[in-house]
Design a protein around this ligand. Sequence first.
Ligand code: UT7
Length: 327
Amino acid sequence: MANRIYSAVVGSGGYLPGSPVSNNAMVERLRDSGLETSDEWIRERTGIEQRYFATDDQTTSDLAYHASLAALEQAGLEPNAVDLIVLATSTPDMVFPSTACRLQHKLAIRQCAAFDVQAVCSGFVYALATADLFIQTGQAQTALVVGAETFSRILDYTDRSTCVLFGDGAGAVVLKASDKPGILAHKLYARAEHEAILNTPGQLAHGRVCGSPFLTMDGQAVFRLAVEVLESSAREVVGLAGLDLQAIDWFIPHQANRRILAMVGKRLQIPESRLIATVGQHANTSAASVPLAFDVARRDGRLQAGQTVLLQGVGGGFTWGAEALRL
Ligand code: UT7
């Protein structure tokens, strides 16, 4: 039997637009709409201290472009080495072409497969699993996998329970076919019966936006479900990788809320020192949150070759999933 082909992570990059927007800046902004919030409330309930917002002339593919360049540079590869782009976003540049194709153009890649994946805050984990399967089956050799969002464009600044939670950004990784692990295991799920607890229902029809173009969320319902599935998917995917939880060096769950991370960490008996948390600095960047956190920890030297990492997404759909990998 031929040896298994693995997907090895050979580079990562991140990009946060503009300058940080503090909680106090959000307090000012909401005051203009007659709403009250406070730095204390946001910190205590979410752990968020700041977020980044794209400038008016920046689109999701612009953010993805900067993150991708950084990832390719770290991998020591020219853009034209890429034969597959999988880009996760819920805030695409336009209805079509895909944001992945727009990114391909910005990177001046002449020809490769390129498409978007839409799984909201689970998007990156879905995209990474998809790219891994292309590599495992020999359909691609070098994949650029990106999570990029401009959630600031779908936030309702008259809803204080959601608009303080999200930010913009992009993260990217480069995968290369290798005979050494690599991505070890992944598992993806969706349970659409929970669509109503987190959605942006608006659609373009007959030249108009029909339905609300803003994000709506039942925060407590999302919180409960997120804790449940982050716990179950961690146990399942670590098992599929032939490991146990104590053998995982780093946990990188979707960065939605510090309290969710703490609760899941407690249930899995993972010490905080093995949990990567960037929600305080980035807020919730949806599909960008996991690759951004991965890149931060890789660049600051916490993630080291040979270590094992668990990546986890959870979000609208309702969707969730996880990947175990060896660096
Ligand atoms: O990426 C996946 C999607 N997102 C998530 O995973 C988020 C999951 N959910 C959460 O993180 C939390 O549920 C929230 C942070 C959204 C809310 O925290 P909570 O502890 O569940 O608060 P709550 O919704 O129960 O609201 C408590 C109070 C309410 O006031 P009353 O009714 O008790 O008087 C809210 O009106 O906090 C009020 N509130 C605020 N107060 C100040 C809600 N938003 C704000 C705000 N500032 N921004």
